[in-house]
Design a protein around this ligand. Structure first.
Ligand code: SF4
Length: 343
């Protein structure tokens, strides 16, 4: 809810309009999810609000700690669907990876979320609730601990749930909301060109991460079926438009799949595709094996050769560590495991 909506909720529960500001403080600054703890609000009002509203509609059903700084939460929505949120620690960074859909319609072959199809979009509230679950973990460590970065890279294609995503990110970014800087928020997409341009026109300075994963249309369509209608070159053009509209660097995600897209020739083609970007960033992600996909992880040598070829071509390369393999951190893998366990 924005301040106006909070104001209506407060006055319809018999409270004074100014209390809405205090309520926003509790919700978005202190990330408090229990009305009873909001002690500077009149008790009768807290009780009335608790009767009228649920602050948290989802619940954490599993919490898996990799022991190497990654905690992965399995979250059950009120209709029983399961999504995932991940907390990652890396040096001085505390990053939340959040989901925007239950399941995913994109059907990428290397991804567990795509295996079961799209169940539904998450509401803005369900997207934001993931932060409250993560806040509960951080509060146990220190009352002031909070995230430094947010990546919208969990389950689902964020730009497919464009309105839900924008409404949630508006609250995350707003001064009256979480006041989380847009430049510390990364939206990751499989590459929906029209939606990338829509995102560029929203007036925010989000970072954009585009999942390429291939260097020819034939190869990409094999891995990402939606590529048949989008096409690689249109995604590159839309990404360039995003860069020119926002002046934010675009990062290209490239999952290295053994024997599929991991040769030095692939690396050279990738470098050529990105040659018009003043500073191209590529995140290489050695694939986590996903049961049932028939795809395998690349060898260490293949990852090294690919990295060297890109670096020599002047690309800024970052190889993502296989963080969280122990907690099934490739998107969708935890949910798949839970759903299998639940039959
Ligand atoms: S990789 Fe992302 S876009 Fe592709 S199926 Fe998985 S969640 Fe969807």
């Amino acid at each position: 809810m924005n301040p106006d909506e909070l104001g209506k909720a407060v006055t319809s529960a018999g409270g004074k309009p100014f209390v809405a500001r205090q309520l926003a403080q509790w919700l978005y600054k202190k990330r408090e999810s229990d009305f009873a703890a909001m002690t500077n609000l009149p008790k009768a009002l807290r009780e009335k609000l608790a009767q009228n509203y649920s602050l948290i509609t989802s619940s954490v059903v599993t919490s898996e700690d990799s022991g190497e700084g990654t905690i992965k939460l399995g979250i059950r929505l009120q209709d029983g669907l399961i999504i995932e949120a991940v907390l990652m620690r890396e040096e001085d960074r505390l990053t939340a990876c959040i989901s925007t859909q239950a399941g995913c319609a994109m059907g990428c072959r290397f991804c567990a979320s795509g295996l079961l199809g799209l169940k539904r979009h998450l509401t803005p509230g369900e997207i934001l609730e993931q932060f409250f679950h993560i806040a509960a973990i951080l509060k146990k460590e220190s009352p002031d601990a909070w995230l430094t970065n947010v990546v919208v890279m969990g389950m689902g294609e964020p730009l497919h749930n464009f309105d839900g995503l924008m409404n949630a990110l508006a609250v995350l970014n707003a001064e009256w909301g979480f006041h989380f800087g847009a430049r510390r928020i990364t939206v990751s997409t499989v590459g929906l060109p029209d939606k990338i341009r829509d995102l560029a026109n929203q007036g925010f300075q989000f970072n954009l991460a585009v999942s390429l994963h291939a260097t020819t249309d034939e190869q990409r369509t094999r891995l990402i079926p939606t590529n048949i209608s989008t096409g690689l070159i249109n995604i590159i053009r839309a990404s360039a438009d995003y860069y020119h509209a926002t002046r934010r660097e675009v990062t290209f995600e490239y999952t290295l799949v053994g024997g599929e897209n991991d040769t030095p020739d692939d690396a050279m083609r990738l470098a050529r595709l990105l040659e018009d970007f003043p500073r191209a960033n590529v995140n290489l992600i050695p694939m986590n094996p996903v049961e049932g996909t028939g795809l395998r992880a690349p060898t260490t040598e293949a990852v090294e050769e690919f990295t060297d070829a890109l670096t020599q071509a002047g690309i800024n390369v970052h190889v993502r560590r296989k963080r969280g393999r122990a907690v099934q951190a490739a998107c969708g893998q935890l949910r798949l495991k839970l759903e299998k366990a639940n039959g």
